[in-house]
Design a protein around this ligand. Structure first.
Ligand code: DQA
Length: 145
């Protein structure tokens, strides 16, 4: 089965606890469980990872060059700052879907720009944690086309 990495950036370890009015009450463990179950149905193996450190995310993307066929990424605040993550994603050949739980376009203007969008094959914004599942469905289509 193709492997999809679901990468999460800073503060997403606090999902379900931090600003639930914006990010909802589901935790990252809930997301991991739901994605694993959907992945089974779609014929995808999933591995969810989270780090508060930019370099760790860059390293995981490098490893994905050898091990994974697709990437779902919510880089958190690094979305708006990280050329390093953009460059790492440019070095990954499979499809990449960018996810934001909140509708970043309804929020502060500094959240309106994403470096990662310059590489993403698709972007899912403002669909809550369901966005991860929508991203997986899209990857299943792209990986089996
Ligand atoms: C986020 C949006 C970012 O602006 C923010 O820094 C996050 C989460 C989202 O999923 O809505 O940490 O990526």
């Amino acid at each position: 089965m193709p492997l999809v990495l679901i990468l999460n950036g800073p503060n997403l370890n606090l999902l379900g606890k931090r600003q639930p009015e914006i990010y909802g009450r589901e935790t990252l463990a809930d997301v991991e469980r739901d994605c694993a179950a959907l992945g089974q149905d779609l014929g995808l193996q999933t591995r969810l990872l989270q780090s508060n450190h930019e370099g760790q995310i860059v390293d995981w993307i490098h490893e994905a060059r050898e091990t994974a066929q697709g990437i779902v990424i919510n880089p958190g605040a690094l979305t708006h700052t990280s050329v390093a993550i953009l460059d790492a994603l440019h070095a990954f050949e499979g499809p990449v879907i960018e996810v934001h739980i909140s509708n970043v376009h309804k929020r502060e203007s500094f959240r309106h720009h994403s470096y990662v969008s310059l590489r993403a094959d698709g972007i899912i914004v403002g669909c809550g944690t369901q966005g991860y599942q929508l991203a997986l469905r899209r990857l299943a289509t792209l990986l089996t086309a």
